[in-house]
Design a protein around this ligand. Sequence first.
Ligand SMILES: *Cc1c(COP(=O)(O)O)cnc(C)c1O
Length: 221
Amino acid sequence: MIKERLESILERIEKAKQRSNNKNVKLLAVSKSFEIEKIKEAYEIGQKYFGESKAKEFLQKYEALKDLDIKWDFIGQLQSNKVKYLIDKVNLIHSLYKESVLEEIKKKKDFKVNVLIEVNIAREPTKGGIFEEELKSFTQKVLSVENVRLLGLMCIPPFFEDKEKSRPYFAKLRSLKEELEKEFKIALSELSMGMSNDFEVAIEEGSTIVRVGTAIFGERV
Ligand SMILES: *Cc1c(COP(=O)(O)O)cnc(C)c1O
């Protein structure tokens, strides 16, 4: 099952890339709440890039799968007291937006950390992320921390049955990225946007990392 689903998603990603002339898209398999066995299954098919959203669960899976050549990203709400456990194990943190977390990373100066800033793109009270009007000042702070490498932005728009409704939010995130690049004279290579329901639209709007869970592993229980 996972094999067919994964192949079908890779094919859909390929088509969306061609349609939009977006050459650079990675598939992050979001394995949160799914068993180790399912991760192994996807790994054996060739998927090497996984994302988790809870620190404790991530650490358990990391330990259990240590011998495999997996790259792990952290995509969930991050508490500053968890930073020390994750910092040497994650490839990329997608969800930086709290100063307390940034401060904690700064203290661990022996570790270089790749981050994306999460933007609360639809200003939803239940979601994490920074509001647009605070993005520049927060970016300035992130750029001032020596052991942090800012690679881009991430967002989680509201869920819509009609995936076209996500498009304006994805376009918005891309334009925010372009504004930051201009303002700070930097290049940001990554836009983490698009999930099971809307990843093709996200790719058309310039996504470079699509975070797909249920479309690969099935419904979460
Ligand atoms: C769970 C989750 C995903 C994957 O969602 P699916 O709808 O299962 O593809 C992507 N991004 C984040 C931040 C998540 O928490």
